[in-house]
Design a protein around this ligand. Structure first.
Ligand code: FES
Length: 97
């Protein structure tokens, strides 16, 4: 499903997108694009409004940190990984599975 254009997503800044009825967060890290559920697994804070540092996004609510390439927790209070989606680039479009 197409969720954004490459030009929408800039390095270092999370992008908020919709995939069907689900809010997701898109990230550009180097040459790659990555997508995870927008809702933080702690209390559903919006990860697409968080801070991106390299490949780690920090939840704006209580500071949990997730690796955007894997969804893994790298800093609490969250303990569960966030769902991560497969991304592919087709021309100028970013598509998420
Ligand atoms: S909701 Fe994300 S750290 Fe609490």
């Amino acid at each position: 499903m197409k969720v954004a254009k490459k030009s929408d997503v800039v390095e270092g800044k999370p992008f908020c997108a919709m995939m069907g009825g689900t809010k997701i967060a898109i990230f550009k890290v180097g040459a790659g694009y990555y997508a995870v559920d927008n809702a933080c697994t702690h209390r559903s804070g919006p990860l697409c409004k968080g801070k991106l540092d390299g490949e780690v996004v920090e939840c704006p609510w209580h500071g949990s940190k997730f690796n955007v390439k894997t969804g893994a927790v790298v800093g609490g209070p969250a303990t569960k990984p966030v769902k991560q989606y497969k991304v592919r680039v087709v021309g100028e479009d970013i598509e998420v599975e």
